[in-house]
Design a protein around this ligand. Structure first.
Ligand SMILES: Cc1ncc(COP(=O)(O)O)c(C=O)c1O
Length: 433
């Protein structure tokens, strides 16, 4: 990319110093700016190199792109592209240039991938069009006929639909396991177990897993371990540090943070990177610049947003635990939760999504409760700035069913004032008593 420095040189040479005194003084001024520019660029490089020792929020304000790559502007450009031109036939033949075609990445997709590599500690990251694609693409990358695949029963529902349809059609045997299986997990592994897909805490029922133990056992038979890490984000849990090979995110949620995009990422260690990247290229499942830009922008504030989601969600979860209409609250950061010890051991925080059981509620009472909420919207997805409430079903599961005693409801706690949210839930609960 042509940077300021090159442009300055071009202007200087084109105009010629001796021909016109006015131009000479302008050129000298520009030359001075050029010096400033080079000096600052060096500082920038130094500070980027030092990011490894900085706090997470500091990192989030710098990761991904170097402003000096594009005239010093803080944010990276949104590259709308298909074709990248080659300067000559030789370069086209050898493809010896950074960008060759937009399905293979652009400066915008690379900026986001590079930020995620830094946060995940991964060898490489692919950006795909949705969180669901972030589950299906790595599974397609490692699936082959005759394989056996283990999936935690509390996996995100649509991931299960993919496994039960396309994976099985490809001749992969899919087996679901209890998130509470503990040491028994090792007994499920077979010689042909090639993939293990986990999520912790589990979708909607929020069971915790011993990720390191699952990874270690899986590697004994050579299986690739993949984890949907959307709930914790890489700020609260880094799967690759716990032996996981592939970390999956619905960037749609906290990284985007504003309910205005759908995007996913898959970050792999050295072992899996090449095969993952090749599969993405082969499938042509690539992301668009506008969405990548929005996620990168969202990530600048993700640390402080997450802290607020966390604080507010814990306060509301604790409050709900004391209400007579609630049979149980499912949130691993609550000391009474069965997954609390594992969560405390491995995670450095919790996000804003949890469930609760509305005691003995009939379907019409569920409806009355949801309809009465004023601040909580009724809608799917989560991770955005607005609070949401839904009733969830575990009908598709075989093991990790919802607790008994009522209907399972899921809350996504947004960035509204906590007191307002509690007041809203309180008044809605009175409607069903
Ligand atoms: C845990 C989890 N993973 C993946 C996804 C899929 O993300 P997307 O909506 O971007 O496809 C979701 C969506 O709700 C999710 O909850």
């Amino acid at each position: 990319m042509l940077c300021n420095e090159h442009k300055v040189y071009q202007a200087y040479n084109r105009n010629g110093v001796k021909k016109n005194q006015k131009i000479v003084s302008k050129a000298v001024k520009i030359d001075h700016l050029k010096f400033e520019f080079v000096r600052k660029e060096k500082q920038e490089l130094t500070s980027n190199n030092n990011l490894a020792n900085r706090g997470l929020n500091t990192k989030l304000t710098r990761l991904g792109n170097n402003p000096r790559d594009f005239y010093g502007f803080i944010n990276p450009p949104v590259v709308h592209a298909s074709t990248a031109l080659f300067p000559d036939y030789d370069t086209m033949k050898t493809r010896d240039q950074k960008y060759t075609y937009a399905t293979r990445g652009t400066p915008t997709t690379d900026a986001l991938a590079s930020a995620l590599n830094n946060l995940e500690g991964s060898a490489g990251t692919i950006i795909v069009p949705s969180g669901l694609a972030a589950v299906t693409v790595p599974m397609l990358a490692f699936a082959k006929t005759g394989d056996h695949c283990l999936i935690v029963d509390s996996i995100y529902g649509p991931s299960r639909i993919f496994a039960n349809s396309i994976l099985q059609r490809l001749g992969v045997e899919v087996e679901y396991f209890d998130p509470h299986i503990g040491d028994g997990f090792a007994n499920l592994l077979r010689e042909n177990t090639s993939m293990v897909l986990i999520e912790a805490p589990g979708s909607n029922t929020f069971e915790m897993l011993d990720v390191s133990a699952v990874s270690e056992a899986s590697h004994q038979v050579g299986a690739v371990v993949m984890m949907d890490n959307t709930w914790a984000t890489p700020l609260f849990f880094k799967p690759l540090d716990h032996g996981v090979d592939i970390s999956i995110h619905a960037l749609t949620k906290y990284p985007g943070g504003h309910c205005d995009l759908i995007l996913g990422s898959v970050s792999a260690n050295e072992r899996c990177w090449k095969q993952l990247a090749e599969t993405q290229l082969t499938l042509g499942v690539c992301a668009q610049g506008d969405d990548c830009y929005l996620v990168l922008r969202g990530m600048r504030t993700m640390g402080i947003r997450l802290k607020q989601h966390e604080k507010s969600a814990i306060k509301i979860a604790e409050w709900l635990s004391g209400q007579k209409q609630i049979a149980r609250v499912l949130h691993p950061a609550l000391p009474a939760d069965p997954g609390h010890e594992l969560w405390k051991r491995d995670f450095s925080g919790s996000s804003g999504l949890f469930s609760f059981v509305l005691k003995d509620a009939s379907d019409s009472q569920v409806g009355e409760f949801l309809d009465a909420l004023e601040l909580f919207g009724m809608g799917y997805s989560w991770g955005g700035y607005q609070s949401l409430a839904v009733v969830v079903s575990t009908k598709d599961r075989t093991i990790a069913k919802a607790p008994e005693g009522g209907r399972l409801m899921r809350l996504q706690i947004g960035l509204e004032d906590t007191a307002d949210l509690i007041e809203d839930v309180e008044q809605a609960l009175t409607k069903i008593t």
